[in-house]
Design a protein around this ligand. Structure first.
Ligand code: URA
Length: 424
């Protein structure tokens, strides 16, 4: 095969053959197809799409680029969750221990944040001593003994995706449904989970800004999982406003611990419970919603959390880092807070130091945004709406700009606020 011929097929709206797909993914992973050639092919895919057969083959080729994990020797069934990414989305932290309470093992391979969306590993690394990198053997032992693990995906898992994602990130080709679906699902299928629940975000803070696109992404991923023998379902959930009352690393860990203590913001609790119910059903352990909720309030999920963090070297009783400087955003007038835009809050948290601009940048553990008022609530002029946290006060000016633009205050409440879980 010749890379230019493959690019031309997709450029002209044609269908790639299975052999062409296998070849191009393998050759790119080995370095035989150049970055600029893969960039051109990605752009042709973004513009012209791929059919179901092409997406399935593309995903299979990415899985074949690396190792596959096998959890069949565990004494418990496995179930995992993937979120397409959002602002304040700390759900994995309470969710993994909660599901483990009911005898289902959760092998959660997570990533770091890039751009305005936070990364689960960055959040957990704000806990002193906690370690993201585990060997496969350590992961298996923890799954058997604790029931939940949140760790970094090993470099052997879908290496084609690792390379491709980095290329897409700098060539404007992240937002292509076939590429997002194959990227996410190649990692989840290679990971070897028995069941998978997808939390497909829609709204300003998500990759998918509208519901039609979110549904198409969800359907594409559910088809890929089902065809690969993974029991896969998707929820489409609202990401037009941040989840919970915090966006940032240690701030989100603190909020997750509140949820695990039986408290925490209602939307975080509700989404955690909704996803847990789906994960348990997928693993063949259907559990009533009330029963799941009670494991948050009676301390059982907290016990698993403590064991899970301790097993990875984290000091569960340590005081979490707090940023040295704070600034407030206050209401400019009386009225109803009708909007708190997820993307703007995410950018503010990112500018404060919670996120990174380049892969190799460090993040600040204490940086981020604390939210005091949620959409739908009444506010009075001068009332604090947000608190911005950073160790580097020179970051306040630009962060304040986006934090202020996140806020909409009007005289009347909107007709009906959007449901958190839009559809299943
Ligand atoms: N998350 C991924 O893992 N891949 C994508 O392409 C988008 C989000």
């Amino acid at each position: 095969f010749d890379a230019v011929d493959v690019i031309r097929v997709k450029r002209d709206g044609g269908t790639l053959s299975p052999e062409q797909i296998d070849w191009v993914i393998d050759a790119y992973t080995r370095g035989a197809v150049a970055e600029e050639q893969m960039a051109a092919l990605n752009m042709a895919i973004l513009l012209n799409g791929m059919d179901r057969g092409e997406i399935a083959r593309w995903t299979a080729a990415m899985i074949a680029s690396g190792e596959r994990m096998d959890f069949s020797s565990l004494s418990r069934p496995t179930s995992d969750k993937h979120s397409t990414g959002g602002v304040g989305d700390k759900i994995t932290l309470p969710l993994a221990p909660l599901v483990a309470v009911f005898g289902v093992a959760v092998p959660q391979l997570s990533g770091r944040g890039l751009g305005h969306t936070g990364g689960t590993l960055d959040k957990l690394e704000s806990i002193p001593g906690w370690r993201a990198a585990l060997t496969n053997d350590e992961m298996m032992a923890q799954l058997e003994n604790v029931g939940a693990v949140i760790c970094q995906a090993g470099s052997g898992l879908a290496p084609a995706d690792r390379k491709l994602y980095a290329l897409r990130d700098v060539t404007g080709t992240v937002e292509a449904i076939p590429l997002i679906a194959s990227s996410i699902m190649s990692k989840k299928i290679a990971e070897g989970t028995g069941a998978l629940v997808l939390d497909v975000k829609v709204g300003s803070g998500a990759f998918m800004k509208d519901e039609v696109a979110a549904r198409e992404l969800a359907r594409t991923m559910v088809d890929l999982g089902t065809d690969a023998g993974v029991r896969t379902v998707a929820l489409i959930t609202n990401m037009s406003t941040p989840l919970g009352l915090t966006a940032g690393n240690a701030l989100e860990v603190r909020e997750s611990v509140e949820v695990l203590s039986g408290g925490g913001p209602q939307d975080v609790v509700d989404l955690t419970v909704a996803l847990a119910v789906e994960m348990l059903a997928g693993a063949g352990r259907p559990t009533a919603e009330d029963e799941v909720r009670s494991a948050l309030s009676d301390g059982r999920a907290m016990d698993v959390w403590r064991a899970m963090i301790t097993a990875q070297g984290g000091d569960v009783d340590a005081v979490l880092p707090v940023a040295v400087e704070q600034e407030h955003v206050v209401a400019e007038r009386d009225g109803i807070l009708t909007g708190l835009d997820a993307l703007d809050v995410g950018i503010a948290a990112w500018r404060l130091g919670a996120g990174r601009a380049r892969k190799e940048d460090p993040v600040q553990a204490g940086a981020g945004v604390e939210i005091h008022v949620k959409p739908g609530e009444r506010v009075v002029a001068g009332q604090p709406l947000l608190t911005l946290h950073t160790d580097t006060p020179e970051r306040f000016a630009r962060a304040l700009e986006s934090a202020r633009s996140a806020v909409t205050i009007e005289d009347a409440a909107p007709a009906a606020p959007r449901d958190l879980v839009i559809t299943r």
